[in-house]
Design a protein around this ligand. Structure first.
Ligand code: GLA
Length: 702
């Protein structure tokens, strides 16, 4: 009897243990298919503001859009005052008419919810909707994005306009979906509603003031809180100095608040118009929000790409490549679209940047596609005659003349239509990944550590080297699974928590190659400095102990590698004491000459490199080519400066994108002939590419 009961028990227990695998495999959400969504067409569009042009122009606009292969527009994201001219009174008749004209020319739309630019009457009636700066002054009416995310009056107004739009357009066949607001993320608001919301956020996170005081180390300067209401925001303090732990939580709070505001709109739209897709236009390297969390609420990612603007975030070498990959990585590497692709020279009150050769607009569109875009939409159809953006060129200028940019856009439109069958279902496949840590980025904003330190620059040093070697790179975020990659680079991983250390450890144990760099493992998740020997919880993995460092931004050091080469080094010098690691390079100068600067540690089945300093860029090329070569990752040919090679894959076969951003014709040795997917002609192994040109190449099988 006893044995029978025991056996029965065992059956029950083992059934329980086996339960997960005996259940049907969890359905993985299908990636959003932009081309299917757009009736099988590559999403090719312009951002259009019919409300700003005489209605008599709409018909011709739509006709010449169609002639340029345009099948998509984004509309209405700044038209709140026109759609709700007075509180609770709505007028969509003009938008209905515009949609009718556009739809008749085969152009479908995404509508922007217009909350980025609230009407004047709303400000006048509810002054508390305006965000407050850190000095306690509310922004005055006249710009945009100047609202408070926690203002009850603004939230009520948001609900009203979004509901009205969703009700009106929920069954409109010419409306494909929604864009929430416009470029969410700024400004930070310091008004009483935001402060109270931050205090609540802290209460939810820490549960007790004791836990918060401990986590933030408020013993320092006696900044101990005895009520939740005492907790400040990181605002205008003397010397602008804040508790770094409070400041990091404030960044997270702001990012969460942005997410919650977006989610408020998403939830309403999904309820009222469940069959329309939802996206948001983001800003690439912009980091006041954690896009990897924001994007969980969306169907697909869209972003605004201005290669000739904000170049500080882009590399000289290949412009917005990393921004594309980061945007793709912020939603599981799903294909995405560019909602605002540069269509002309950027400017507000002055022209910014350099004028680009018109052909470059085509090359940048192909670059977007090469990095995973299934849609490109130019900002804007026609340059505005009015307001702040009179100097921000659209595809057409104010005179509507079919200029050289229009011709290039039309050429690109025809080509992308021709390539749609080939592109549909293909995606970027990478074996290398770059870890972007929003916590580390924010912590470096709070304490740059050395003058002028730039986290994005550290990302680019490694990213650009992969790209120059013709190797695709995915961007991953700490909460994601990176076990599928062969090599992971985690530059300046300043803030780490236990789960991340565990994941990195398992990644290496299972055979992964991990590259860590200086200032890693310094802080815990509360932005508190570790009490372990640096690199803190990563020390065992890296097989090193760092007892000294030298932050010498301006002075040049050198690192001597095995063959005696002296590599210039700068920014920061971690002086490495190998425990289980071996030295790959030593410092040349100063009292620590001869001490290790770069190490390699075998750990489990994998290897960890620790690069304790910033090297001259060309040496990343050498190192990355060696490592990917050893890993059997296919790298590309030697590429001239200003030429990019990127690939998408379909059914295991590669589609090559050769992009020449330079004003010179170039020859690239691809090692085998390919077929030009546009001309159908064979291209020799030493392929020629003209100045400012893009080529799409396929091998046998396509
Ligand atoms: C951003 C915005 C657009 C426009 C352009 C140009 O990307 O989303 O509305 O303002 O910049 O300034």
């Amino acid at each position: 009897m006893l044995t029978a009961i025991r056996r029965l028990l065992m059956v029950v227990v083992s059934a329980f243990i086996l339960l997960p695998s005996s259940l049907p495999a969890q359905q993985k959400p299908q990636p959003f298919d932009l081309i299917r969504w757009n009736d099988g067409k590559f999403v090719y569009g312009v951002d259009y503001y019919p409300e700003a042009w005489d209605e008599s122009m709409w018909e011709e606009d739509a006709a010449i859009m169609q002639a340029a292969g345009i099948n998509f527009v984004r509309l209405a994201e700044f038209a709140w005052a026109k759609m709700e001219p007075a509180e609770g009174q709505f007028d969509f008749a003009w938008l209905d008419r515009a949609l009718k004209v556009l739809n008749a020319h085969g152009v479908k739309a995404v509508l922007g919810t217009p909350t980025a630019s609230p009407p004047a009457w709303l400000y006048a009636k509810y002054p508390d909707i305006a965000a407050m700066d850190e000095n306690g002054v509310r922004y005055r009416y006249g710009s945009r994005r100047n609202y408070c995310l926690h203002s009850p009056n603004f939230l009520a107004a948001t609900r009203r306009i979004v509901t009205a739009m969703a009700e009106h357009y929920k069954n409109h066949p010419g409306v494909l979906g929604w864009q929430i607001d416009n470029e969410l993320g700024d400004p930070n608001c310091y008004d009483p509603a935001c402060r109270a919301a931050f205090q609540n956020w802290c209460r939810t996170k820490y549960k007790s003031l004791g836990a918060l005081n401990k986590a933030w180390g408020t013993i320092f300067w006696g900044h101990t809180y005895s009520t939740w209401a005492q907790i400040p925001l990181p605002w205008n303090t003397l010397f602008k100095t804040y508790n770094p732990s409070l400041a990091l939580d404030y960044h997270r709070f702001h990012s969460d608040s942005t997410h919650d505001y977006l989610k408020l709109q998403v939830d309403m739209l999904r309820k009222i118009s469940p069959h329309k897709a939802i996206t948001h236009n983001e800003m690439g390297m912009f980091d006041n929000v954690d896009y990897s969390r924001l994007n969980t609420a969306l169907d697909f990612v869209a972003w605004d790409n201005y290669p000739m603007f904000g170049n500080q975030n882009y590399s000289e070498y290949m412009g917005p490549g990393l921004a594309h990959d980061l945007m793709r990585g912020s939603k599981n590497n799903q294909n995405f679209m560019v909602m605002e692709e540069e269509g002309g020279l950027p400017g507000w009150s002055v022209f910014w940047g350099r004028q680009a050769a018109p052909e470059l607009y085509r090359v940048w569109s192909y670059q977007a596609v090469a990095h995973g875009a299934d849609g490109v939409c130019y900002f804007r159809w026609r340059t505005s005659r009015y307001g702040t953006e009179q100097y921000w060129q659209g595809v057409l200028d104010q005179d509507s003349y079919p200029n050289s940019r229009y011709k290039i856009v039309a050429q690109t439109g025809k080509e992308l239509a021709q390539l749609t069958g080939l592109l549909h279902g293909s995606k970027v496949v990478s074996q290398a990944a770059l870890l972007v840590s929003p916590d580390s980025r924010w912590a470096f904003h709070i304490q740059p550590t050395v003058e002028g330190f730039d986290y994005n620059h550290q990302l680019h040093l490694y990213y650009d080297a992969f790209r120059r070697a013709g190797v695709n790179v995915d961007v991953v975020f700490p909460q994601e699974d990176f076990s599928a990659y062969k090599i992971l680079v985690a530059p300046t991983l300043f803030v780490v928590d236990k789960p991340l250390v565990e994941k990195l450890t398992n990644f290496v144990k299972n055979g992964g190659i991990l590259i860590l760099t200086f200032r890693s493992g310094v802080k815990d998740e509360h932005n508190v400095v570790t009490d372990q020997t640096l690199p803190g919880p990563l020390a065992e993995l890296a097989g090193i102990a760092i007892h000294e460092f030298d932050p010498r931004t301006n002075q040049e050091q050198q690192v001597i590698i095995h063959d005696g080469t002296a590599i210039p080094a700068r920014t920061w010098f971690d002086i490495l004491g190998p425990t289980t690691a071996r030295s790959l390079g030593t410092y040349a100068k100063g009292y620590y000459a001869g001490k290790a600067a770069i190490t390699q540690n075998r750990f489990g089945n994998g290897v960890v490199y620790y690069v304790g300093t910033e090297l001259a860029p060309e040496y990343y090329d050498v190192g990355i080519r060696q490592v990917v070569g050893r890993l059997g990752i296919e790298s590309g040919p030697k590429l001239p400066d200003g030429v990019e090679l990127a690939t998408r894959e379909k059914d295991g076969k590669k589609i090559l994108f050769l992009l020449n951003y330079t004003d010179k014709a170039q020859t690239i040795s691809l090692g085998q002939p390919y077929r030009n997917a546009l001309t159908g002609e064979s291209e020799p192994a030493d392929v020629q590419i003209s100045a400012f040109d893009a080529k799409v190449l396929v091998g046998a099988g396509f």
